[in-house]
Design a protein around this ligand. Structure first.
Ligand SMILES: [Zn+2]
Length: 320
């Protein structure tokens, strides 16, 4: 049992570090966070659309005086549910790994998301699935606002007197995944390196590097771990890291056996028993996970575009 309740809004982790949670943690419902010291503030991720990001900023400003002005923002990775709200904090120093900044500019734009949702009725299974998972977000009139400061590997910051370390552990979930570690408070925000109670999704891979990221987390002196998406027990600890690691090892091994037996990837995705992961949300993500592992085993590093990946996921989701 987690000592944290999984409710929407701000959760005080102690020492002026807060998580902002958005149940139910499935597609697009990401976590964010803020830490302050004196007048200084650092926001960890913005949300999927402007309305949600504005609500979050308003909530933070109500209970945290230093949140009146956000000084710095870190985007943990390039997926829209972690950066589409950046324009509302455009005057802050927005920081991300160089690979995340690059992926943000090359990846799915909010305009494409808006167009797909508007044309959903003509897009068959893809349209049906995208409306189901993303229909409640508003992608109109978002101006993608990229980071101004980029780094490779690690970057140390100070927020007031607090030391904060940005640790790039990608490519894993995406190309440039970054964790935000606050050693003095023994807290880490992992971005989407951790999905708790939901299937993680391997957009970029390789899986081996994601497993290294899990090991790095396990070796850290931390007590409180804020995952990118929690499906249950919002804020986690090292047990949550072990669960994600075990999942990745299981899926990799099951996919490898089927790859070596010559089974096509989508067939393998349908064939792998979900077993103890059957209760985790978004099980259809296994379609992309197996495809990514097959690419990895083939030595093919070219990541397919998001639309074809979502078509795979939709095919799996809607066949039941
Ligand atoms: Zn996410």
């Amino acid at each position: 049992m987690s000592k944290w309740s999984y409710t929407r809004g701000l959760h005080d982790l102690g020492n002026s570090v807060y998580a902002y949670l958005q149940p139910d943690g499935t597609w697009g419902w990401s976590n964010a966070g803020i830490l302050v010291d004196g007048e200084a503030s650092l926001l960890i991720d913005t949300l999927f659309d402007l309305k949600l990001t504005q609500q979050m900023l308003d909530t933070m400003r109500k209970s945290i005086p230093a949140a009146a002005h956000i000084d710095m923002v870190v985007n943990t990775h390039a997926n829209g549910d972690h950066c589409y709200g950046n324009e509302l904090v455009a005057d802050a120093q927005i920081i991300a790994s160089a690979r995340t900044a690059e992926e943000m500019m090359e990846g799915v734009k909010p305009q494409l998301m808006a167009a797909v949702l508007k044309q959903a009725a003509q897009l068959g299974q893809l349209g049906e699935y995208m409306s189901r998972i993303f229909g409640s977000f508003d992608f109109d009139n978002i101006t993608l606002t990229p980071p101004k400061t980029t780094f490779e590997g690690e970057l140390s910051l100070t927020v007031g007197e607090k030391a904060v370390h940005l640790i790039e552990v990608g490519p894993a979930h995406t190309r440039g995944d970054t964790m935000v570690y606050i050693p003095g408070d023994r807290v880490v925000f992992t971005g989407d390196i951790l999905f708790i109670g939901g299937h993680p999704i391997i957009w970029a891979g390789p899986t081996s590097n994601w497993l290294r990221a899990c090991d790095r987390l396990l070796a850290m002196d931390v007590e409180t771990i804020v995952p990118g998406h929690p499906g249950h027990g919002p804020i986690t600890d090292k047990q949550g890291v072990i669960e994600v690691k075990t999942y990745l090892e299981y899926i990799f091994e099951e996919a490898r056996k089927r790859y070596e037996a010559g089974m096509p990837a989508l067939e393998a995705a349908m064939d792998i028993p979900l077993d103890r992961y059957a209760t985790w949300t978004d099980g259809e993500r296994i379609a992309v996970n197996v495809a990514s592992i097959y690419r990895e085993l083939k030595g093919d590093s070219v990541q397919p575009d998001m639309v074809s990946s979502f078509s795979l996921i939709a095919a799996l989701a809607l066949q039941h």
